[in-house]
Design a protein around this ligand. Structure first.
Ligand SMILES: *[C@@H]1O[C@H](CO)[C@@H](O)[C@H](O)[C@H]1NC(C)=O
Ligand SMILES: *[C@@H]1O[C@H](CO)[C@@H](O)[C@H](O)[C@H]1NC(C)=O
Ligand SMILES: *[C@@H]1O[C@H](CO)[C@@H](O)[C@H](O)[C@H]1NC(C)=O
Length: 361
């Protein structure tokens, strides 16, 4: 334990000095991997997928009131983060980019792509019945992108481009839901270790194709989603899932510290989605929210007995709700999360925030 403490301290100091001496810059590209909190339309292109959001009321507050496949009334946190880093919104879904001609696609790919698939997780089994893309398939697609870029720009330029780019990953929540959906005899601790071992492998493969800057978000208090609160007669959070989320975060802290000590030039920011979200749930009025337990769009108890579609009830003021539907944040909440990741304090994002990560040369 003492040794791990020392290691964590060294990681913190190292990152502090690195960020202190860096000048402001802009990442050339953003690559996004993960689940529904970052999906900008991937699942709309998956014929077998049962986890889609390409119909109203999704997108009711998006420019043009379009349902784009985002599980939100408007933008999601991948969009807001990309905006803070100087882009117009999240890069497009890779599956959308594949519908473009090869010249146009290669041009667009230089600025990044979004591979996130709603319902997916770290484990291949997570979301498999939903027909979604698990993290390893998303990484295979990213390897295809590497091949495309290399063919066009050459190896050296591609490595330099990827080394300066941000790799944003938000995953793990669906794996935790998956733990409770199956009658697994695996202990919580072993299960989280399995997730962390896979994450370890995946981060190393991304590093292998040239990724150096990782922006990673851990799991929010998933037990406080409206979908989980309705399990309790009193509408309380489902604590076993929240405890898993916290354990996942603490093991992720150690994993990333270890990786940055083993892999030269690997830099990262880890967003503590658990603390960020709990803070909003405990102090909603500080952030302009009046409702943090009910879905804005849905039906039944806490509006969480049905997913959101055009037959749902809609809340009166979408800017005042933490949850858009039974699982996902509103765009107001996603914006707050992105601002916290980008420029927030060490309480929520360590060892450096995304802005400092962006500015490292
Ligand atoms: C999905 O369906 C469309 C239209 O039926 C078809 O053109 C496309 O090839 C299918 N995609 C996959 C990945 O199966
Ligand atoms: C889990 O176990 C319970 C009781 O043994 C059983 O009724 C249920 O069908 C099982 N669920 C799954 C998903 O295997
Ligand atoms: C809306 O969702 C409900 C519950 O999932 C479903 O029963 C209904 O058919 C859906 N309606 C439309 C128009 O998609």
């Amino acid at each position: 334990m003492a040794k791990e403490g020392q290691l964590a301290f060294l990681c913190l100091m190292f990152h502090f000095f690195m960020s202190h001496f860096a000048n402001a810059s802009k990442v050339p590209a953003i690559f996004i991997l993960g689940d529904s909190t970052a999906d900008v339309g991937t699942n709309s292109y998956l014929n077998r997928s049962h986890a889609k959001a390409n119909f109203p009321y999704h997108g009711i507050d998006f420019p043009g009131h379009r349902a784009t496949g985002r599980f939100s009334n408007g933008f999601n946190s991948a969009d807001y983060l990309a905006m803070l880093m100087g882009a117009r919104r999240s890069p497009s879904s890779y599956l959308f980019l594949q519908t473009l001609g090869s010249h146009r696609r290669a041009d667009v790919l230089r600025r990044g792509a979004n591979f996130a698939s709603a319902g997916s997780g770290i484990l291949d089994s997570t979301g498999s019945t939903l027909g979604v893309l698990p993290l390893y398939k998303q990484i295979l697609q990213l390897v295809e992108v590497y091949g495309d870029l290399e063919a066009r720009l050459g190896r050296h330029t591609t490595k330099t481009l990827l080394g300066k780019s941000l790799f944003f990953i938000t995953t793990g929540s669906n794996d935790i839901f998956g733990y409770f959906a199956t009658n697994t005899t695996v202990s919580v601790d072993e299960y989280i270790d399995t997730l962390i071992d896979s994450y370890d492998t995946y981060i190393r493969s991304l590093y292998g194709i040239g990724a150096r800057k990782f922006g990673i978000i851990s799991v929010p208090p998933v037990g406080c989603c409206p979908s989980q609160r309705i399990i309790s007669p009193t509408g309380d959070c489902f604590e076993p899932a929240n405890q898993m989320a916290q354990l996942f975060h603490s093991k992720l802290v150690k994993l990333l510290c270890k990786l940055s000590s083993q892999l030269q030039d690997l830099r990262y920011s880890l967003g503590n989605a658990y603390e960020m979200t709990m803070n909003v749930i405990n102090h909603p009025n500080l952030y302009g929210f009046t409702n943090v337990n009910t879905a804005c769009c849905g039906k039944g108890k806490l509006n969480a007995e049905q997913s959101c579609n055009v037959t749902s009830n809609l809340c009166p003021d979408r800017t005042k709700y933490l949850f858009w539907d039974l699982f996902h944040p509103t765009q107001a909440a996603a914006n707050l999360a992105a601002i916290t990741l980008y420029s927030g304090p060490a309480e929520y994002v360590t060892p450096i925030n995304f802005k400092q990560l962006q500015n490292i040369k």
